[in-house]
Write a protein that binds this ligand. Structure first.
Ligand SMILES: [Zn+2]
Length: 260
């Protein structure tokens, strides 16, 4: 199985991509249960950018880091753009304990340093982990339709010298069943990659397949070893936050690192 559901701390769960683990990289896609936050952030909200109290978020983040056996993880501002920021030991844990110290202007984080945790926060957008053991390089990417249209996957793939060596895990995100978009959105996403956009017509409406689109775009970049969790955040109310479903809600995360 490509993803294994494991306990996270005493009450939570996370999905772990086992193919990445075999390559020497650890990653966990968190679920929403087991945290301290009240509705609508119940309960393992990991974002300081929603209206949850910072104390709850800190408590939840410590719970996740402790459960994974790492001291902290770095986070980015996430502006729905295509910028990738490199994180060395000097910026380890940036943004972990407060909003102000997060890495500005980026939607993807990359590192070559062992033990440096990286995270992106999502609630429908794609959480993507890219890693190459040969190049000892790890990246996490936040990709919604705007990020895909801005070319963030090509930017992230550009971190690696040999795309064929890269392994990718795409976690829970909004599924094509729940993701109706405007024609303009589908066109903007399609224009960003020679692979175009993967869409479905349902009752005359356009639905965008974010994960399918990402997989096709990665293939066109020479990245073929892609595992998709194929779990819809909007369908799985008890396990995941969904912005499309809930409006104000918490954020889950993917946290990834290369064990020292
Ligand atoms: Zn769904």
């Amino acid at each position: 199985m490509a993803f294994e559901r494991r306990r996270l701390g005493r009450r939570g769960h996370a999905l772990v991509p086992t193919a990445l683990e075999k390559e020497g990289f650890s990653a966990a896609f968190t679920e929403r249960s087991g945290g301290s936050s009240p509705p609508p952030f119940d309960s393992l909200n990991l974002s300081f950018s929603v209206e949850d109290s910072p104390g709850n978020v800190r408590e939840n983040r410590v719970l996740v880091a402790t459960g994974l056996g790492i001291p902290s993880f770095a986070t980015a501002e996430q502006v729905h753009g295509s910028a990738v920021a490199r994180v060395g030991p000097g910026r380890a844990g940036a943004g972990f304990a407060d909003l102000d110290s997060r890495i500005p202007g980026a939607d993807a984080l990359a590192t070559r340093s062992p033990g440096v945790g990286l995270a992106v926060l999502v609630a429908d957008c794609l959480p993507v982990v890219m890693a190459s053991s040969r190049e000892r390089t790890l990246a996490v990417v936040h990709a919604g339709w705007r990020g895909l249209a801005a070319g963030i996957l090509a930017r992230a793939a550009g971190l690696f010298e040999s795309p064929a060596e890269v392994r990718v895990a795409i976690g829970p995100a909004i599924g094509v069943d729940h993701y109706e978009v405007g024609e303009d959105v589908a066109l903007a996403v399609a224009a960003a990659s020679p692979a175009g956009a993967v869409t479905e017509r349902r009752g005359g409406r356009v639905h965008l397949d974010l994960a399918g689109t990402a997989r096709a775009a990665l293939r066109s970049l020479g990245v073929r070893r892609v595992e998709v969790a194929d779990v819809c955040t909007a369908c799985e109310r008890r396990r995941f936050f969904s912005h499309r479903r809930d409006g104000p809600s918490g954020r889950q995360a993917v946290v990834a690192w290369r064990p020292a």
